[in-house]
Design a binder for this molecule. Structure first.
Ligand code: R5P
Length: 310
């Protein structure tokens, strides 16, 4: 097995390499004067089972291009099998046509990765499970829920309630609730009653006196989360914390979280945390390397990945 890292999240790549006790393959990614990307592998990878680690996070286009070029370099160097390990799969939110004459970019990106020469994909908490079907190659979707559940169980004694911040996230919230001894579930239902009127947040479920755990796949601007946290407190929740797999945290998101009603925002390091996120007293980062490292080991050994979640 060989592990190769793109530049999107080197600390995570090193942590996965540490877990597997496999050194990172000696490769370099350089830029030409016009910013074109050039990847060079400095050791033999012929016949190897090769895993390329790269999140397609900010800057999404550069990181995606780097991944595609790295796959091409490995394919042309005669690697036996190439697995694109994409802890955070960007463009995933564009998974359907929101209106006429719009793209389905998640499918386009899946096509690009496959066409570049990947034989398999490994990702974590894809925005929608059906994105696996956008790839015509085997795709494993890992879940951060067991890691989150262990953390929650170590910190809370009771009165837990798992909350989905929108109707689309109910399946994910139910899966976490099941791992927390079947904790009760609530849903934040956002709706605009009439055009031009501001959105109303309805809470489905009785959250009064509960320690609410909001769960979602992505925190980007933080708007969804911070508004949901306020609505839950207004509805009588005892406390509100959030567990989110991918800390995209664009623009002023960290400042928004710092000023919010959230007791804590817990993210994984699927995306390299910014200095602002690391410095925030409200944000905590859960390491995801053991989960990804174990899945990589099982793929290399041809053993079951799904049994990680039994
Ligand atoms: C949306 O469907 C996702 O699951 C997240 O809820 C969304 O991307 C969060 O975005 P923001 O933090 O900008 O509200």
């Amino acid at each position: 097995m060989k592990l190769m890292a793109g530049n999107s999240n080197l600390p995570l790549a090193r942590a996965i390499a540490g877990y597997l006790e496999v050194p990172l393959t000696d490769a370099s990614v350089r830029r030409f004067a016009d910013e074109e990307i050039f990847v060079e592998i400095h050791e033999n990878v012929r016949g190897e089972d090769l895993f390329i680690l790269q999140s397609t996070s900010y800057p999404a286009n550069d990181n995606l291009m780097e991944l595609l070029i790295a796959i091409d370099a490995c394919k042309r160097a005669s690697a036996k099998r190439i697995t694109a390990v994409i802890p955070y799969f960007g463009y995933a939110r564009q998974d359907r046509k929101p209106g006429p004459r719009t793209p389905i970019s998640a499918k386009l990106v899946a096509n690009l990765i496959t066409e570049a020469g990947a034989d398999r994909v490994l990702s974590v908490d894809l925005h929608a499970g059906q994105i696996q079907g956008f790839f015509d190659i085997p795709t494993d979707n890992l879940y951060a829920a067991p890691t989150m559940a262990a953390d929650i169980q170590a910190r809370y004694d009771g009165d837990l309630m798992v909350v989905s911040p929108d109707v689309g996230g109910v399946v994910r919230a139910r899966a976490l609730a099941k791992r927390l001894d079947n904790a009760p579930l609530a849903i934040v239902d956002k709706r605009r009653e009439r055009p031009g009127e501001s959105e109303v947040m309805n809470i489905i479920g009785d959250v009064s006196g509960r320690n609410c755990i909001l769960i979602d796949d992505i925190v980007d601007s933080g708007g969804t989360l911070c508004n949901a946290a306020q609505a839950l407190l207004d509805a009588g929740a005892k406390s509100v914390a959030a567990y989110i797999t991918h800390g995209v945290l664009s623009g002023g998101a960290v400042a928004r979280v710092d000023k919010s009603a959230l007791k804590e925002l817990v993210i994984t390091d699927s995306i390299l945390p910014t200095d602002a996120a690391k410095d925030s007293t409200r944000i905590r980062i859960l390491p995801i390397a053991p989960l990804i490292g174990e899945a990589v080991r099982r793929i290399a050994d041809e053993s079951s990945v799904s049994s990680l979640f039994d």
